[in-house]
Design a protein around this ligand. Structure first.
Ligand code: PGA
Length: 246
């Protein structure tokens, strides 16, 4: 089974920093990551340069952190799926909690973006996850299943979809690292409902070198979606090597 290990850079890195990161990654002997699908999601400004540096034969996939559902038009400030594809993206991240919280992303817009991404033959990386209050009230499974169902509603073929379970309480510098026992029920439920049809179900939120292997050992975890711990390219390479050696 392929294990996905990737990082979203969020709103970080200049072009020079992005190029450095990609050059370091491109210089590594990537065959040692057999069985792993690495991916990086730069800001849209750096998509083209990162894709060009890695080149078409790299094992590392490149993706966008967001894209609009329309192919083109009067949507000031947005970029479309065909545009990010043109810049080298093969993955589109959709519905990260920061986008849902700060940019009014809803289940409905997430669903439109999943459909646009599938229509253009890219891989939707759909983020779902509950807030701390829902976790505390033991409502995580219902909340996450509802989000996944809403995201994938009416999508004819979900076989390219990658889901990322990212509980909001685990994300970012204010987050708390998840224990395997915190997330096992959600993975069991998501895999029971979607495991036979989607590509993979990843975990994200404060993943680092210390907790990556125990999290991957949770039944149903097909990979890791990492922020801070992989923003430095050495951190990403160490994480990939750790997963390859486990
Ligand atoms: P983090 O970010 O690893 O820095 O918590 C994860 C994410 O937001 O996807």
């Amino acid at each position: 089974m392929t294990i996905w290990v990737g990082t979203g850079w969020k709103m970080n890195k200049t072009l020079a920093q992005a190029r450095d990161y990609a050059e370091t990654l491109a210089a590594v002997e990537q065959e040692r990551w057999a069985g792993i699908q690495p991916f990086i999601l730069p800001p849209s400004t750096a998509l083209a340069v990162v894709s060009a540096v890695l080149g078409p034969r790299s094992r590392v996939l490149v993706g966008a952190q967001n894209a609009h559902w329309a192919d083109a038009g009067a949507w000031t400030g947005e970029v479309s799926v065909p545009q990010v594809a043109d810049a080298g993206a093969t993955i589109v991240e959709i519905g990260h909690s920061e986008r849902r919280t700060f940019f009014a992303e809803t289940d409905a817009t997430v669903n439109l973006k999943v459909k646009a991404t599938v229509r253009h033959g890219l891989t939707p990386l759909v983020c779902v996850g509950e807030p701390a209050s829902v976790f505390a009230a033991r409502g995580s499974v219902t909340y996450v299943l509802d989000e996944v169902r809403a995201a994938l509603q009416g999508v004819n073929d979900v076989s390219s979809v990658v889901l990322a379970y990212e509980p909001i309480w685990a994300i970012g510098s204010g987050g708390r690292e998840a224990e395997p026992a915190d997330i096992a029920d959600v993975f069991a439920a998501v895999q029971a409902e979607w495991g036979g049809s989607v590509q993979a179900v990843l975990f994200g939120g404060s993943v680092n070198l210390g907790n990556a292997v125990p999290i991957l050992a949770v039944e149903g975890v097909d990979g890791l979606f990492v922020g801070r711990a992989a923003w430095d390219v050495d951190g990403f390479i160490e994480l990939l090597d750790l997963v390859a050696a486990r």
